[in-house]
Design a protein around this ligand. Structure first.
Ligand SMILES: Nc1ncnc2c1ncn2[C@@H]1O[C@H](COP(=O)(O)OP(=O)(O)OP(=O)(O)O)[C@@H](O)[C@H]1O
Ligand code: SF4
Ligand SMILES: [Mg+2]
Length: 408
């Protein structure tokens, strides 16, 4: 399996819940509860699922920012969790992370030069001290920023530019794998396109493999080669982009896809809507049997006792992994077949450079204006004229009149 760069086996991360006067452990939040998958060299694996299903926890454990409760990660032939000292330090160079929030993940008191050079401080052997300024400037140029802005501070950049700084820091050590936790979710839609283009360009040039965690199924579809769908700490479906979007077999994936906004209003009436009822159960007490059975429109008696394995199941054309006893392909036609429509504006541009960064050498007005807008946008302070990124994975029963019996 030479093309597998990272392989997770039965990964588990439980957080203790403390209670009582003695603060004893009274239970566990099962944030990640038995996740297995592999990441191929040079591919992008998208990870989707509702808020709280364990995506970020999975990312942190893969980075070994947190120790797992159980399970293994094999990185390029090395058992990651059995490494320590200099061997682990060396391994860390090869897996880096880019976080969601460009406003809080950069230290406001440090210059961009210092921020991007941080990895070189931790791994001094990568670039000798005298060569770091040049290395940082090269990195800034690589991510489409003006290398002359090396002495500026994060607040002098827009949200998109800050995310580029985060990416520059993430690739400084020339990692093999970059874990991207909602890297564009806090950005304005038009800026998302540029950052995604940049990520694709860097992937080609540097041979990176990405784990791309996101809420937005359209963004994930655009960038991913394969996609894993998570529910309550588990991977419930895993396949190529085509398998997941064109012939999903797990009822949860089908429901998620049916909630993706349809770009063409004339098609809205025709769309298939699968409305999930009920709240997501607590990860401290996941349902027995299939974890999805309390909300599944296909649930049968067996589902509440027999936990389905994530394994290859027929999908109408071939087979791909799905954790459902009654897996069968279901085309959520109009909601995903948008190829004949005008392209999503986010993906219509091929730009990778941030032109604002080069438009002047002193004034920062365009960036500042964008920064202000994006900041209020990201924090939900006000509804600006810009489109908000959709959080389409929150499937709610908000309009029962549109509800179609999904079992028909
Ligand atoms: N350090 C922690 N201590 C206790 N519980 C935690 C901790 N980190 C995460 N959790 C819990 O683990 C579960 C999974 O959280 P996680 O942040 O991984 O979800 P997520 O899929 O990334 O969600 P989102 O889409 O909102 O970012 C949640 O119930 C969360 O409250
Ligand atoms: S195993 Fe049963 S409850 Fe689980 S997804 Fe399949 S049909 Fe639904
Ligand atoms: Mg998260």
């Amino acid at each position: 399996m030479a093309d597998v760069i990272l392989k997770a086996d039965d990964l588990v991360k439980h957080y203790p819940i403390k209670g009582g006067v003695l603060r004893t452990t009274v239970g566990h939040v099962k944030a990640v509860d038995g996740v297995s998958f592999e990441l191929h060299r040079g591919e992008t694996l998208g990870i989707v699922g509702e808020s709280g299903c364990g995506k970020s926890t999975l990312g942190r454990v893969l980075m070994r920012l947190e120790e797992p409760t159980a399970g293994t990660v094999n990185f390029d032939g090395i058992d990651m969790f059995s490494q320590s000292g200099s061997a682990m330090r060396k391994l860390r160079r090869d897996i880096q992370i880019v976080f969601q929030d460009p406003y809080t993940s950069l230290n406001p008191r440090k210059t961009v030069g210092d921020i991007v050079a941080e990895p070189f401080e931790i791994h001094p052997d990568v670039v000798p001290k005298g060569g770091r300024k040049k290395a940082v400037q090269e990195l800034l140029a690589l991510v489409g920023l003006n290398p002359e802005h090396i002495n500026r501070y994060p607040h002098q950049f827009s949200g998109g530019q800050r995310q580029r700084i985060g990416i520059a820091r993430g690739i400084a050590l020339r990692p093999k794998v970059l874990i991207c936790d909602e890297p564009v979710s806090a950005l304005d839609v038009s800026v998302q396109a540029q950052v995604i283009n940049l990520m694709e360009k860097l992937q080609d040039e540097l041979g990176l493999s990405y784990i791309f965690i996101a809420h937005d199924l359209s963004v994930v579809r655009h960038i991913s080669d394969r996609v894993g769908v998570m529910y309550l700490g588990r991977m419930v479906e895993l396949g190529t982009e085509e398998e997941i979007y064109q012939r999903p077999t797990h009822p949860y994936t089908q429901a998620l896809l049916s909630a993706v906004p349809v770009p063409d209003p004339t098609m809205r009436g025709k769309r298939e809507q699968i409305v999930l009822t009920g709240d997501v159960p607590s990860p401290a007490n996941p349902p027995k049997g299939c974890r999805f059975h309390t909300r599944c429109f296909k649930a049968q008696e067996r589902c509440s006792v027999d936990d389905p394995e994530l394994m290859d199941r027929p999908d109408g054309v071939a087979a791909h992994r799905s954790a459902c006893h009654y897996a069968e392909p279901r085309v959520i036609v109009e909601t995903v077949d948008v190829s004949a429509l005008a392209p999503d504006p986010r993906f219509a541009t091929t730009d990778v450079v941030d032109h604002d960064a080069f438009s002047d050498d002193g004034g920062l007005l365009p960036a500042d204006a964008a920064s202000m807008a994006e900041r209020s946008h990201a924090s939900g302070e006000s509804e600006g004229p810009m489109d908000r990124p959709h959080d389409i994975t929150r499937v709610v029963d908000n309009d029962p009149s549109e509800k179609r019996d999904p079992t028909n």
